[in-house]
Design a protein around this ligand. Structure first.
Ligand SMILES: Cc1cc2nc3c(=O)[nH]c(=O)nc-3n(C[C@H](O)[C@H](O)[C@H](O)COP(=O)(O)O)c2cc1C
Length: 223
């Protein structure tokens, strides 16, 4: 089906080894997919996706990111329960989380950054940087995006759930105290899903978002 929209038909993505996708197409095609076919994800694909998550940059090469890969149905169902999936399903949504054949829980350790920035080459006048920007969240986001894009590159689809039951998730997966799970990436073969109502907001106008040489004077909030 051709709707004339770049991101319209995720089902038409070919497997990368049938025909490699251009990077620009991977970026353009990626969208959050919230329903999956009852079909497992190839283990090698999953390995490459996790590797892409690891390959993200990190401040000072702290490498505070960590990943918990879940394929066991019982564990994925337990994650879905923590996410309150039953209530969403009762409201007519798909069992997005439990149906996804693979989950990758993206975690990050703030402590890893403090340790790294107390090493001699990172100290500033003997002090740790004041962390005006908490880079651990930046790096976790970079890993997240790499995972999402790598899934598309593998001919798969991915979604991201910001799971709020963090203590429960940490207990379920035995995540060490110093790591925070930022959320769950779901991976699988795309099935038809409902469009997020958030998308009704549309993309912000480029002139409000992209500035050249200096922030434009005519900038005005469009929200
Ligand atoms: C940090 C973050 C948290 C998100 N949390 C959720 C979530 O909990 N549930 C959900 O359905 N989508 C979640 N999303 C997906 C966004 O709604 C989605 O990325 C946005 O609407 C744009 O749609 P697209 O990614 O399909 O282009 C999250 C995205 C990000 C980046």
């Amino acid at each position: 089906m051709s709707s004339g929209r770049i991101c319209a038909d995720i089902g038409s993505i070919r497997h990368p080894y049938d025909r490699p996708m251009e990077f620009k197409d991977v970026v353009a095609t990626r969208r959050m997919v919230r329903n999956y076919k009852d079909r497992p994800v190839d283990e090698d694909s999953l390995r490459r996706i996790v590797r892409a998550g690891r390959k993200a940059p990190s401040a000072g090469f702290s490498q505070g990111q960590a990943f918990v890969v879940l394929t066991d149905q019982a564990v994925r169902s337990a994650v879905a329960e923590l996410a309150g999936e039953a209530e969403y399903v009762a409201d007519g949504l798909d069992p997005w989380i439990s149906r996804a054949p693979a989950h990758i829980v993206v975690c990050v350790s703030e402590d890893a950054y403090h340790r790294r920035y107390n090493e001699v080459d990172k100290l500033q006048d003997g002090q740790e940087t004041d962390w005006q920007i908490p880079y651990w969240w930046v790096d976790a986001g970079a890993s997240l995006q790499n995972l999402l894009l790598a899934a598309v590159d593998e001919g798969l689809a991915a979604g991201f759930l910001g799971l709020h039951a963090i203590p429960g998730l940490k207990a379920l997966l035995a995540i060490p105290a110093e790591y925070e799970p930022i959320g769950v990436v779901t991976i699988g073969h795309a099935a038809p899903d409902g469009r997020s109502r958030s998308l009704d907001r549309g993309w912000r106008d480029e002139t409000h978002v992209v500035h050249h040489e200096r922030w434009s004077d005519d900038w005005a909030p469009d929200f």
